[in-house]
Design a binder for this molecule. Sequence first.
Ligand code: DQA
Length: 141
Amino acid sequence: MKILIINGPNLNLLGRREPGIYGSKSFEDYLSELRMIFPETDISFFQSNHEGAIIDKLHEAGFSAGGIVLNAGALTHTSIALADAVAAIPAPVIEVHISNVHAREEFRRHSFIAPKCAGSITGLGLDGYRLALSYFIGRGR
Ligand code: DQA
């Protein structure tokens, strides 16, 4: 099964960015762990700080991937274009947030993409990505 993980703006700084909120592990290190946990799964990864690049990636992968795990960062709370892109593709998308967005600032409580996603995982740290992958893999059997 092919799964794509997409990380949005500022998530390239994981491990260095606000470690009290996002932890001290880089996503590259975590991705190696995920690939060891799910050796049978073709896990690809894309990160961009640019809204249009993320939309292009959703268009490119969204007609062939078995599932997409999307942490859109702050674009979650602002981007109708990203929500439209998620709605436009047949691949199921799971929204993941490392931090508990409901326990932070008010503006983080609204997600434009959540209604277009199969589900959302928030506040469980990096483990949210593993849980999303488990869901897609279990569903694919
Ligand atoms: C985030 C939460 C967003 O509100 C924030 O803008 C991020 C990261 C998370 O993973 O907790 O960049 O998506």
